[in-house]
Design a protein. Sequence first.
Length: 277
Amino acid sequence: MSEPRSNALDLITFCESAGRSTGNFLAALSEYEPGSDQWKTYLKSACNSENNLIQIVAFEEIGKSSDADWLPFLSEWLQPETFPTTLVAVINAMGALGGIQSRDDFATLIESADRNLRGAAICIHHYLPHDEAIDLLLSILYHDPDPDLRHRAALRLANLHSDAGLPLLLEGMHRENLFGKLTNACALAILNHPRGLHFLHDLIATHHTLSKQDRTRLLFHICGLGDQVGFELPPCDCPEDLPVETIFQNASDWIEGCSGFQKVVSMDSGNHITEFI
């Protein structure tokens, strides 16, 4: 049976359309002198665009401006009615402009009754000192009422090499969808945990048997893992020239060099890990 048309073709069509929209916006923005009143006015109007991608790019451009005078304007967007992805873009812009100095500055978001505001507040950990970022994520992990936000905190803690969220990551390996399993496996791999390392290694070894969609998901996660742990990702200018086999081989070599990869001591009849040392 052939795969549904949607998987790759629809994604390419969407990306091409999104690229044209944001490209047109950036071309129009370039007509104005950066920092000028006209430039600021155009950016502000784009922040109110009904196109969420243009909104996000507009906030990204504000974040690149090095102009802290934007901070009061950005703060006005920290509202429950702001779209979740826009909230993240706003917080990232504030962080880029030096507007995130302490978690205390965002206590109203972290403690908000609105899930989207609390979810966006997780992003401020990128701009905090390491110990304060850990404390923020731990408070979410242990106290947030939303299980999805607790799990997101566990993933980010792993990126900071904290295993505080390990039980949630291991629980996440039981998810039915491959994307969820890959996300948890990569976090576990960062922590040098055998469960994540062996899952990724086995999937890489059999990647030719995966559907195009699942193979793309695996590649996406492996590239992200490479950025986190530092194994080499070959340079590539064009997606069609992506050296997939080299990327998978480099990832496999890295996994095999991890001490956690050597810790499996038994597997069941279905070739699933049952015990570690």
